[in-house]
Write a protein that binds this ligand. Structure first.
Ligand SMILES: Cc1ncc(COP(=O)(O)O)c(C=O)c1O
Length: 418
């Protein structure tokens, strides 16, 4: 009921916003396609070329769960107080909602709520973790260990430190995407101040051995940071069992809103970071800026749902994944699985696949399918059908595929350039 009422109130506004963006898109004088955001219909020169496309990119982001939106809406409308206003009801109720959300997130990762700090997302949490720890512990510690398959925001934070004179070791991974523990152990130096290894990879879904990595770091008294943006709500996380010192979390990967995340910072033994944002000292000085109550409430609700439904979701998604693969393999030969999910969001071959030792041509011809809580069997069947149709079309046009069918190993061909 609450959702219906709130949605009725905001619907005219949503319609106005979407039609103005659609107008902006179609105002392009060149023959570019126009997109109607309400129906999802794409038109070119007045001809409709598609309905709303299938969405199978759940690693990039997920839709907000309606139960999450339901929890958020009151904090946009009637309960809009600033959680840092200490002198009236509006502030108090907002503050109570923020603290409730903090507890919901803490429960999902077995942390103390006091160890969680709200941020704008995993990118910001990764920046605070990597730059913040190193800035705090230098000059005695000036070395970071990470892997070649981290998300770009981790790699870029490390590069930023290198520009400031720090040393970073980018460890290779094995062909299955896992970090070799002996390689990790050998990389430590007396001045190593941080180890940063992601929990679940966003391209191939591989889960790193967090407990082992945590133990190795603890034995050497070096803080262990993990980017758990893709792991939260998908695999069980226990910060104590895994000896995690710092952890980055994101709301929009688990059916929560975009623009909110959290940083886990261990209290015992205490991990210290230099804040990356100057301001009013909110979030105990770790992250200044007004905490966005509706987003934080949504993130908390998303974690609460994930805690109850993680096992069910995981089984359902695995069975859809199998259905997709079987659907494709039933009609196409030569299908190879990279890790557990595939990649291809950019025209560049994936650096993650390259780090696994996947050949350039295979990295170029990979596609990532991301299945989520709301994906249906009908969508999976449609995806299999479309994939088969497009691959068959491409193969019909491809002289290389002709050669493969004749048994020629195309990797052995010496291409001459004139
Ligand atoms: C592994 C990983 N880390 C970090 C991020 C960035 O998260 P956010 O969008 O919350 O900043 C993403 C999402 O793209 C991710 O997959």
């Amino acid at each position: 009921m609450a959702t219906t009422r709130h949605l009725a109130a905001v619907r005219p506004l949503l319609r106005r916003l979407s039609s103005s963006s659609a107008a902006a898109v179609s105002a392009d004088p060149i023959d570019s396609p126009s997109l109607d955001l309400d129906s999802g219909v794409i038109s070119m020169k007045g001809v409709k070329i598609s309905g709303r496309p299938l969405y199978l990119d759940m690693q990039a982001t997920t839709p907000v769960d309606p139960r999450v939106l339901d929890a958020m809406l009151p904090f946009y409308l009637s309960r809009f107080g600033n959680p840092h206003s200490r002198t009236h009801l509006y502030g108090w109720e907002s503050d109570a909602a923020v603290e409730n959300a903090r507890s919901q997130i803490a429960s999902l990762v077995h942390a103390n709520p006091k160890e969680l700090f709200f941020t704008s997302g995993a990118t910001e949490s990764n920046n605070i973790s990597i730059k913040g720890v190193m800035h705090f512990v230098s000059p005695s510690k000036r070395h970071v260990i990470t892997t070649q398959t981290e998300h770009k925001c981790v790699l870029d934070s490390c590069r930023y430190l290198q520009q400031q004179g720090y040393d970073v070791t980018y460890l290779p991974v094995r062909s299955d995407g896992l970090l070799d523990l002996e390689t990790l152990t050998a990389a430590f130096r007396p001045d190593t101040g941080l180890v940063s290894v992601m929990a679940v990879n966003n391209e191939i879904g591989v889960v790193q051995p967090l407990e082992d990595i945590g133990r190795i770091c603890r034995e050497r008294n070096v803080p262990f940071h993990t980017d758990a943006a893709q792991a939260l709500g998908k695999i069980p996380i226990d910060v104590d069992r895994m000896n995690i010192s710092l952890m980055s979390l994101s709301g929009h990967k688990i059916y929560g809103p975009k623009g909110v995340g959290a940083l886990y910072l261990r209290r015992r033994p205490r991990v210290r970071v230099e804040p990356q944002m100057s301001g009013g000292g909110q979030e105990r000085g770790i992250r200044s800026g007004t905490v966005p109550t509706p987003l934080v409430v949504g993130f908390g609700a998303a974690c609460d749902i994930a805690m109850k439904e993680m096992e069910y979701d995981s089984k359902r998604i695995s069975s859809l994944q199998e259905r997709l693969l079987n659907g494709i393999r039933a009609k196409l030969d030569g299908v190879v699985v990279n890790g557990s999910v595939e990649h291809s969001a950019s025209l560049e071959p994936s650096y993650v696949l390259r780090a696994l030792g996947v050949d350039e041509d295979m990295a170029h011809t990979s596609i990532r399918f991301g299945i989520g809580r709301f994906t249906t069997e009908a969508e999976i069947d449609k995806a299999a059908e479309l994939t088969v149709r497009q691959v068959e079309k491409l193969r019909e046009m491809s002289p290389l595929y002709e050669m493969v069918k004749e048994g020629i190993d195309i990797k052995s061909i010496q291409w001459s350039q004139h």
